[in-house]
Design a protein around this ligand. Structure first.
Ligand code: DHB
Ligand code: FE
Length: 288
């Protein structure tokens, strides 16, 4: 049987991708950001998964106002890095896992979540920056990401967005789906986006350290209570793009303590302000 062994959470700031791709990681501005991921890169080597189920949001790259799926699962064999206006990032293509993705789609839809099945999708910084942060810079020609990735896109860009509660419940359904896959696979689930930030309007530049710190505390210790936080609280307190944080509740809902197991082990916690226009938050939780 497949099982989820750990969850990881990280911001996805596009300027981090540019800093990596342009060799700026040692500049004083970026040094403290990348230092926070040194542990994680070694951890990923030591805890190499067979598959990463990567919860992210598309930023009007693969989708647009023409079509707005709330939850979309990538079932393709591969996904190309998207051209977000400056050319695609020079990173390897993402190899999918069609068998596991199709099984999860079947199981989660039968558990009453309406997923959109996506057989063709380019992936933007929402997915490639978390991979770069956790895996390090990759040579686009000779390099490859360490394992297949199932992209799972959540609409947090165009209202209406899903609630934290629905995301948390969905994570539980994803755990059950993974555990009913008949192959011995080590699966990690990653929740990405956040932390507090607002890119637009009169409050552009908003960062709320107190909110972020309380969110991390609660995500670790009281995720079921955190799931009850209404979407409007994210927008008011963490900024209009702070709503990306509901995606972290999908990954958290997939951990075994939510189904009556032991609390997870906090392998790593990191927080830094600023990076571009946002606060960087990062956690690694291992199932006990
Ligand atoms: C920034 C952050 C985001 O989450 C995003 O999608 C785009 C830009 C920023 O901080 O600049
Ligand atoms: Fe974003």
């Amino acid at each position: 049987m497949a099982r989820i062994t750990a969850s990881a959470y990280t911001s996805h700031i596009p300027a981090i991708g540019a800093a990596l791709d342009l060799g700026k990681t040692h500049e004083p501005y970026w040094q403290p950001v990348f230092r926070g991921y040194e542990f994680s890169r070694q951890w990923l080597k030591d805890h190499r998964p067979d598959v990463i189920f990567l919860v992210f949001n598309d930023h009007a790259t693969a989708f647009s106002l023409d079509m707005i799926p709330t939850f979309a699962i990538g079932t393709a064999a591969e996904f190309q890095p998207a051209d977000e206006g400056w050319g695609p990032r020079p990173v390897p293509k993402v190899i999918g896992h069609p068998e596991l993705a199709s099984h999860i789609a079947q199981s989660v839809i039968q558990q009453d979540f309406d997923l959109t099945i996506v057989n063709k999708m380019d992936v933007d910084h929402g997915l490639t920056v978390p991979l770069s942060l956790m895996c390090g810079a990759q040579d686009p020609v000779n390099g490859a990401w360490p394992c297949p990735v199932i992209p799972f896109a959540v609409n947090v860009v165009q209202y209406p967005v899903p609630s934290g509660q629905r995301c948390f419940n969905l994570g539980q359904a994803i755990r059950r789906a993974v555990e009913s896959f008949d192959a011995d696979l080590n699966v990690q689930i990653w929740g990405t986006g956040g932390m507090s930030h607002q890119l637009q309007g009169p409050r552009a530049g908003l960062i709320n350290k107190e909110f972020d710190s309380a969110f991390l505390d609660q995500l670790i210790a009281e995720p079921a209570a955190l799931a009850k936080k209404p979407h409007i609280d994210y927008v008011r307190e963490a900024g209009s793009e702070g709503i990306e944080l509901v995606m972290w509740l999908i990954a958290r809902g997939a951990m075994t303590d939510v189904a009556g197991g032991k609390p997870p082990h906090v392998a790593h916690r990191f927080y830094h302000v600023p990076a571009s226009n946002t606060a960087v938050g990062h956690l690694i939780l291992e199932n006990s």
